[in-house]
Design a protein. Structure first.
Lengths: 216, 54, 243
């Protein structure tokens, strides 16, 4: 297990563009939005969270566009399939590493942006947990979509994954709405966490089924 | 229950100004249904022709 | 014994024979029902006191939006059958339904947006129900493009079934969106549990048009599934006798 963890994190870290690139893309998207609305206006505050969710979604989309492609081409996936069926744990760990190296950094950056935009430290409690959870869900679902469209291009993967993300986006919108009205948001966050816990177990299982079908 | 809801045929087509919406939806639905039936029947015919040629 | 029976029933050959028998019955009854319902609804039903005559679009719009969801549910059931029992017929039916579902969702969208002009004053509104129907439409297109990008149909069948099943989490959200959000769209006119919110003289033609439209769409699904079966099993001998 720890071996897998080390190997996967090494594989992602050694390619600088694969993990630093998406984080920089996130930064660029977040910076480019204030340029398109008038600076220091209230408009930015109103739409800030939707910008945040969408840029994290786009970042995940860009970073995962070839998550399984290299392993598929060089036969690593086949190796894990034959090797006492450790495909499931390998995929689980691969997704976790992506979240660790991309999901968590963009959550921290996004939280900084949200604090600086609202000028209020309390937005930390909205942005940070919801971004942590939602980025993990995004990574899981994009991994699924890209495993389905493995060597058929990332546009197909994005096309079939995006509709699956709408429930999460609706939930995120509800969280911001409730926070703006001063309601409790912990119940919605817990709901999202519950969804995540189900997804963490189920998605690698489905992906390993899909990968097995690809390798047939 | 089966009383004609309009005074005459022109009223029926005009529908107090809403006729254009009702009739455009009507024609879109009917045309696409007819086209879909024609399309699938043609495909089946094509397959039939292919098999009778063999 | 039971297993044999069920394998026999699920074989494409039995399906084609059965479907050929019932197709004319379904087609003509539903055609007559739909035409009758449209004449009743468009010409004889009383006009709505709020929306005037534009409400008559309901007789085209509600069947389409109802079927766009039901077809997805049917696909999800077929996908489950295919993945659990490996029934090939189910995979053919998924592939057959996808383009028809896209067509029906498109009809629901177009009729809804045309209906929006006289009632809402705008032809497009980012309201929950409209947006979720658009998502459904895109999901159908995604399924079609996923299946068509693989030349190995055996694999593509499995992938499309996985995607259909995962995507079915969106269906309850689409169904309930009208109740959960405060939006312009009126709540569903007919539900199984409550008393219908519209007058019987408008309701009966609506029911009939839903029945007739569903029958016609089932006929389309039958035709397109036959196309799928003949294309995929074209080299088997029984196909030659049944086309």
């Amino acid at each position: 297990m720890t071996d897998l963890l080390k190997i996967e994190s090494f594989k992602l870290r050694k390619k600088l563009r694969a993990w630093l690139g998406p984080i920089l893309i996130f930064l660029l998207i977040m910076i480019s939005f204030p340029l398109t609305v008038e600076l220091a206006s209230d408009e930015l505050k109103n739409v800030f969270y939707s910008i945040l969710w969408l840029s994290s979604l786009l970042t995940v989309m860009v970073s995962l566009d070839s998550i399984f492609l290299e392993d598929f081409d060089d036969g690593t996936l086949e190796h894990y399939l034959i090797l006492n069926n450790s495909l499931f744990s390998m995929i689980l760990i691969k997704i976790f590493i992506y979240w660790l190296l991309i999901g968590i950094p963009i959550s921290i950056l996004g939280t900084f942006f949200s604090i600086s935009t609202s000028g209020d430290f309390s937005s930390f409690y909205i942005a940070f947990p919801s971004m942590l959870i939602s980025s993990y869900i995004f990574i899981n679902l994009f991994a699924l979509g890209n495993s389905l469209s493995l060597n058929k291009g990332s546009a197909l993967g994005a096309l079939i994954t995006m509709p699956l993300l709408f429930p999460v986006l609706i939930l995120l919108g509800k969280i911001v709405l409730n926070a703006n009205f001063g309601f409790e948001i912990s119940n919605l966050l817990l709901l999202m966490l519950g969804v995540l816990l189900i997804i963490i177990v189920i998605i690698p299982f489905i992906i390993s089924f899909v990968v097995k079908t690809h390798l047939e | 229950m089966f009383k004609f809801a309009f005074t005459d045929l022109n009223q029926f087509i005009y529908m107090e100004g809403h006729g254009i919406y009702v009739w455009s939806v009507f024609s879109i639905v009917i045309i696409s249904l007819v086209l879909a039936f024609i399309f699938y029947n043609k495909q089946l015919k094509k397959i039939k022709r292919k098999h009778s040629n063999e | 014994m039971l297993k044999k029976l069920y394998h026999q029933f699920a074989s494409p050959k039995t399906y084609v024979v059965l479907v050929d028998k019932i197709y004319p019955i379904i087609f003509y009854t539903s055609l007559i029902t739909y035409v009758f319902a449209l004449i009743w609804g468009l010409a004889f039903a009383p006009s709505d006191y709020m929306q005037g005559n534009s409400y008559r679009i309901i007789y085209m719009h509600v069947p389409a939006s109802f079927l766009s969801e039901s077809l997805y549910i049917a696909m999800a059931i077929a996908a489950a059958i295919f993945l659990i029992w490996k029934v090939k017929l189910a995979a053919y039916i998924i592939k057959a339904i996808a383009p028809i579902g896209a067509l029906v969702a498109f009809l629901a969208l177009v009729s809804g947006s045309i209906w929006g002009i006289p009632t809402w004053g705008t032809w497009w509104q980012w309201d929950a129900r409209v947006t979720s129907t658009l998502i459904l439409f895109i999901m159908y297109l995604g399924l079609i493009s996923l299946h068509s990008s693989f030349t190995n149909y055996e694999k593509a069948d499995k992938f499309i079934s996985v995607l259909v099943l995962i995507g079915s989490v969106n269906i309850p959200i689409i169904k309930k969106s009208v109740d959960w959000w405060n939006t312009l769209h009126q709540p569903a006119s007919i539900t199984l549990t409550d008393k219908p919110s519209i007058d019987p003289s408008m309701l009966y033609p609506l029911f009939l048009s839903m029945l007739g439209f569903s029958g016609l769409i089932i006929c389309l699904v039958i035709l397109s599934s036959k196309v799928q079966i003949f294309n995929r099993e074209g080299n088997k001998t029984w196909v030659k006798y049944h086309v």
